[in-house]
Design a protein around this ligand. Structure first.
Ligand code: NDP
Length: 450
């Protein structure tokens, strides 16, 4: 690693000591772009890396709201507008009690690279709040979203910053956020938020896009290794938006999904998960995955005991798709998966594997579809939603799905080509980082010191 790279890593650590997730994301990216830095000594003079790791703007704000008992609650809101090199800031909002600045910065940083890989004109951002939607009434969710948007609206816009969903933010929350934005602005600016319902400006296939996109990437990655999804067993962590539609596409591609989870535990159904039942529990009743056993008493339920080593990763399967949250697979889970013969990992969630786990997979010949590339289908389809809003037009489901599939094939090829060019064939983690970094560094050179 060059002195320049070492120095930037050291300085970033010093400046962001209390942000472990952010430092983890920066470490992974910077170390893997080392060979590009080596052939571009001018990047040091231009401070390319220093500019990439420093957000353009961080916004933090108070979100006061009144719960159903009449008590005032105060949450903290965030929007990190990380990088607008190649388009308006773009990235989701996460509502979860674990949200803090480190998590939003790591997500925003990853988003810059992911968005660059899509080939579409979108910059990188992320936001959210430590608000916990679980157990809240629909009315409380609406009041929180309205208060959140009452501050956020002044920082966003369809050509400025375009938020979307993430953990805890789905079509319901986007609806309330959009309604409040429209009321304050007294204008219908459809492209200011994505992940909207199709009824008022959303895109068909946006809901499915991240999960479907993950499986298009997985299909390409397996095919490059003369493998396919047909007949493979699959385990998927999470049972939210990404997990459900990854499962749907997996099944359509002939694989058998045998386990899914939520933050309390996982279900294992060796005859194959009934996705309609999971959708009913999660999308309609907003219940717990354990309730699957009411319909399928022969399935097994394993409780999660804390966040380390979730039980789902002890189930033997060919393919593992972490689609819940960051650092879901640590080194112990990675060792178990390898011991049980896993052949491929598809990262539906952002940074779901620790650096040690990823290195262990790669060292043991397991294919890894990295989050930045493999889950980029969601944001790519959000960009397609923005174009439809600008055109005041709707594509059919098939049209959007076709565009999504082509984008995922292109992203896979970019990762593959970069991994080959920089002599790490088959390492798509490094391939994705390099392919995105090359675009960003060149765009930065072209736009001067800003
Ligand atoms: P959802 O809120 O729809 O679902 C999240 C799922 O993960 C739920 O099953 C949830 O369980 C579980 N989960 C969340 N936090 C934890 C935790 N700390 N420990 C264990 N399980 C947890 O979110 P999404 O499906 O939208 O997002 C999942 C991941 O995919 C995130 O990493 C997100 O950043 C990433 N992603 C999402 C995109 C999208 O388009 N939605 C696009 C690209 C990436 P429970 O219900 O018990 O909390």
């Amino acid at each position: 690693m060059s002195n320049y790279l070492n120095k930037v890593l050291k300085d970033t650590k010093k400046k962001n000591l209390k942000e472990p997730e952010f430092l983890q994301a920066v470490n992974e990216v910077l170390q893997s772009v080392s060979p590009v830095i080596d052939i571009h000594p001018e990047y040091e003079k231009l401070a390319i890396l220093e500019r990439l790791v420093e957000p353009e703007r961080i916004i933090m704000f108070r979100v006061p709201w009144v719960n159903d008992k009449g008590k005032v609650i105060v949450n903290r809101g965030y929007r990190v507008q990380f990088n607008s090199l190649i388009g308006p800031y773009k990235g989701g909002l996460r509502f979860h009690p674990s949200v803090n600045l480190s998590i939003i910065k790591f997500l925003g940083f990853e988003q810059i690279f992911k968005n660059a890989l899509t080939g579409l004109p979108i910059g990188g951002a992320k936001g959210g709040s430590d608000f916990d939607p679980k157990g809240k009434s629909d009315f409380e969710i609406m009041k929180f979203c309205q208060s959140f948007m009452t501050e956020l609206y002044r920082h966003i816009g369809q050509d400025v910053d375009v938020p979307a969903g993430d953990i805890g933010v789905g079509a319901r929350e986007v609806g309330y956020l959009f309604g409040q934005y429209k009321r304050i602005r007294n204008a219908y600016e459809g492209g200011v938020l994505t992940g909207k319902d199709v009824m008022y400006g959303g895109s068909l296939a946006r809901k499915e896009a991240t999960g479907y996109g993950l499986m298009y990437f997985m299909r390409e990655m397996l095919a490059a290794d003369n493998k396919s999804l047909k007949g493979k067993t699959v385990i998927i962590s999470g049972s939210g938006n990404v997990a459900i539609y990854a499962c749907e596409k997996c099944q359509a591609m002939g694989a058998k999904v045998i386990a899914m989870s939520d933050s309390n535990g996982c279900i294992y159904d060796k005859s194959g998960i009934d996705l309609d039942c999971v959708k009913q529990i999660k999308e309609v009743q907003r219940g717990r995955i354990k309730e699957y056993l009411k319909t399928y008493p022969k399935a097994v339920y394993m409780e999660s005991k804390g966040s380390a080593n979730p039980p789902i990763w002890s189930i033997k399967a060919d393919i593992a798709l972490p689609c819940a949250t960051q650092n879901d697979i640590g080194i112990d889970s990675a060792k178990l998966l390898v011991k049980n013969g896993v052949i491929a990992i598809g990262e539906g969630a952002n940074m779901p594997c620790t650096i040690e786990a990823t290195e262990y997979f790669l060292a043991n010949g397991v294919l890894v579809a990295p989050a930045k590339a493999a889950n980029a289908g969601g944001v790519a389809t959000s960009a397609i939603e923005m174009s439809q809003n600008s055109m005041r037009y709707y594509y059919t489901f098939e049209e959007v799905d076709k565009k999504l599939e082509q984008i995922m094939v292109n992203i896979f090829n970019e990762c593959k080509n970069a991994s080959e060019e920089f002599k790490c064939k088959g390492n798509y983690v490094v391939g994705a980082n390099i392919a995105a970094f090359k675009k960003l560094a060149e765009a930065m050179k072209m736009q001067g010191v800003v």
